[in-house]
Design a binder for this molecule. Structure first.
Ligand code: NAP
Length: 524
């Protein structure tokens, strides 16, 4: 079994003390151990600020874009190895693993393209300049500059590759060095990614460091110019929001957390028609991809009451047909949950939901598993619950079961009623609505946009081209209000803002035009 080290201060360092184990969740075989006890995290933070930050700030956007491009190429060259590790350590099927690993290289490439467009400059003017006095010379404009600290990237267990890359792409392009802290249980992929970046020598020293294991006292070394980009549970997020050192030093904190994402079928849609099949296909994928361990997975399915029985029967039949087992086997469509703890949490979650909703299918360990030793692995059947009275089933709108679990519920067919139910989730990363009626979709948008980071409108016209509601794209924002954490990532150049200070500069118009020449993607 290998011992994972952290990449800190330009060296690979082993922690002391009792190690945490990383296992294969399909076989329970131990894969690696890691510890971070005793590591000098204060020194790592200063190494990032002094070495990595200084080097990145001296580079133009075009030069930083070249770094991202080199990172993407180095990781893509190791694609097969990273996919294998993702299957072994994450319980992912190959297609789940591709979603994470290709998502990572894709995000780096997308930001490399944006960086090239920004060209040979280090400061981004934002918007138009404004005349401040009655006569032209007294002028002002906003500019975006990199924060002179370190960005600590704390990631959830579900996306060790993409979570790292989507955050690092924005931070590095903005000019900030990063310390990435993957979730301990599935850290093998992020660990290997950092080894590859080190072996290929694609980054200046201190631009990327890795803390491979528990966070220890890392956050207590942060100060005013630093950033924490957190993805994980609402519970951990709540503790970070009141972390004494983060609060005292006004450290910028972005939170990407839980979400009870909804999929709504419009009243005009026949489940047997093209848009209806599109809806069913999306719901099935979003429930079972990565065994439902996606922050964007569908948790609540709203169907007009008169269509409920047809949709229920179809979903139950499809979910029962999903082949579950060792994700390394090609015939398997869904692997196990990532850890024993996640399985226990998902089971406890189903129990919590059952007074409000009854189990229509699933809820237990599958009776048949492909390629799995009897009794081994953290498996759960795709599980569909049903409630007849969503307005009175508060728990199904509050409790995120992070697994292949969703609740089906009826509504009247009116957009206003669907929106009122979706809003009980108190803020989502993404909700989807399926209809060919533009009026109905328009009303959904007007009633739900303020409660969602993203709205996905499925119709016949996009049935063949849409990527699925679960895919967070570099060009569109990811994040959501309320329960979803209130954070925002990605969204093209918007994604850099977390790592930049916006400064309003006032002075002589000629001077400002000279200092901050117009043009480039941040203008306008
Ligand atoms: P978690 O238990 O909250 O852990 C998330 C990360 O926080 C891990 O890296 C964990 O490290 C770290 N952490 C825990 N306590 C910490 C502390 N006191 N200081 C600093 N770091 C700390 O969440 P998870 O179980 O990994 O992920 C599942 C949750 O993430 C779900 O609720 C899901 O909805 C959410 N999620 C959200 C998104 C999104 O983009 N909105 C994406 C994926 C997942 P250790 O592993 O070392 O404990």
């Amino acid at each position: 079994m290998i011992t994972l080290k952290s990449w800190l201060g330009g060296e690979w360092r082993e922690g002391a003390g009792e190690p945490r184990m990383l296992v294969n969740p399909a076989t329970e075989a131990k894969l690696a151990r890691t510890s971070t006890e005793g590591l000098d995290l204060r020194a790592a933070v200063w190494f990032a600020r002094d070495e990595g930050g200084a080097a990145l700030r001296a580079m133009t956007f075009a030069a930083r874009a070249s770094l991202l491009e080199a990172m993407s190429a180095a990781l893509h060259d190791a694609r097969d190895e990273l996919l294998r590790l993702s299957i072994e350590n994450g319980g992912n099927t190959r297609s789940d693993a591709e979603f994470d690993v290709d998502g990572a290289t894709g995000a780096l490439s997308a930001y490399a393209r944006l960086g090239r467009e920004l060209g040979e400059r280090r400061i981004l003017p934002e918007g138009e300049g404004v005349q401040l006095g009655r006569t032209p010379p007294w002028w002002g404009r906003h500019v975006l500059v990199p924060r002179e600290g370190v960005a600590v990237l704390v990631n959830a267990f579900s996306f060790p590759a993409w979570g790292f890359a989507e955050k690092a792409a924005c931070a590095l392009l903005a000019g900030m060095p990063v310390i990435v802290k993957p979730a301990t249980s599935t850290a093998l992929v992020a660990h290997r990614m950092c080894e590859i970046l080190d072996e290929r020598d694609v980054l200046p020293p201190g631009a990327v460091q890795l803390l491979c294991g528990p966070a220890g006292d890392l956050l207590s070394h942060l100060r005013e110019q630093d950033v924490v980009a957190f993805t994980g549970s609402a519970k951990t997020a709540a503790s970070l929001r009141v972390h004494e050192d983060l609060v005292r030093r006004s450290v910028t904190l972005n939170v990407e957390a839980d979400s009870l994402n909804a999929a709504v079928l419009g009243p005009d849609v026949d489940p047997e028609g093209e848009t209806g099949r599109f809806f069913l296909r999306d719901v099935l994928r979003e429930m079972t991809q990565k065994a439902g361990q996606k922050c964007t997975a569908v948790r609540r399915i709203l169907v007009p009451a008169e269509r409920l029985a047809a949709v229920r029967d179809e979903l139950v039949a499809e979910l029962r047909a999903v082949r579950v087992g060792d994700p390394a086997r090609p015939e398997v469509r869904m692997g196990p949950l990532a850890t024993e703890h996640q399985l226990a949490e998902a089971r406890a979650g189903i129990e919590k939901l059952t007074p409000a909703g009854k189990v229509l299918t699933g809820g237990a360990r599958p009776a048949e598993l492909s390629g799995v030793e009897t009794g081994r692995g953290y498996f759960l059947e795709p599980t569909l619950l049903g409630t007849d009275d969503p307005g009175r089933s508060g728990i199904v709108h509050r409790r995120e079961v992070f697994g292949p679990v969703a609740t089906l519920m009826p509504y009247s067919g009116r957009a206003a009623d669907a929106a009122a139910i979706v809003r009980l989730g108190a803020g989502c990363l993404v909700s989807s609505a399926y209809s060919d009626d533009p009026e109905w979709l328009g009303e959904i948008v007007s009633r739900l946009a303020s409660w969602n980071g993203r709205l996905y409108l499925g119709s016949r016209k996009v049935a063949d081209t849409a990527f699925g509601s679960g895919a967070a794209l570099p060009s569109l924002v990811h994040g959501g209000p309320g329960r979803a954490g209130g954070g925002e990532e990605l969204g093209g150049l918007r994604g850099l803002a977390l790592y930049q200070q916006r400064c309003a500069v006032q002075g002589d118009r000629g001077l400002l035009v000279r200092l901050f020449p117009a043009g480039g993607a941040a203008e306008g």
